[in-house]
Design a protein around this ligand. Sequence first.
Ligand code: ZN
Ligand code: ZN
Length: 261
Amino acid sequence: MLVETHVHLGDPQFDADREEVLRRAAQRGVGLLVEIADSPRDWDRALALARAHPDSMRCALGLHPYHADEWRPELAARLSAERDPLIVAVGEIGLDYFVKCTVPRDVQKNSFRAMLAAAADAKLPIVVHCRDAYADLIPILREFYARPPAAGFHGVIHCFSGTEADAVACRDLGFALGVDGPVTYPKNDPLRAALKTAGLACLVLETDSPYLPPQSSRGKRNEPAAVAEIGERLAAVFGIPAEELGRATTRNARALFRLDS
Ligand SMILES: [Zn+2]
Ligand SMILES: [Zn+2]
């Protein structure tokens, strides 16, 4: 059984065939999905999706750096009031310094810190989005997480895209690393090397659908069934059978979202 740890199934691109997409994922062995809400406008929709699929879906409520200027103190209150076991994380939250993100960096950092404090209050792990911002991200994580947890993870750096040194730093802080479509791209040897150095014990699978399709479907809409292809490519990186990779990443994902406690 595979866990798809990061999907945006609420996206309108899935309006026409959402249930069909879920069936295809189940056929490829995906037993659990975590729906990620990027902005407070999506929180109710994510929770409704999880409630409609309580056996196979959980959700995370966040504030993507693209929406960092929508931060309001009421959001923290809502997160701590909303005690539903289907809400397994706060995220995605983080920093995005790629040119397309127009929210000023100071605004992003302030909102990120506020959401980290809210996650600590709610005692939930975090799902972190980081693009071209590891140099600022890692010190901020250190402010909030002084040492790794005794077991499991503080959260996940979803779609990990940093260097080998970033991978080791995030792992040593107590974070899992999310692996998705880019690991299948032929030119991505540096990413594969960084993930191998970080080690199987901190890796989880995700697709970030509808974004980031793997090599076999580049240019098309991505969907959760692709975690199988991502898992197969990652298994080859470690030189192990796909089943073994699947078991290890599923164990990590269950620890990350505290699904066994
Ligand atoms: Zn993201
Ligand atoms: Zn995402």
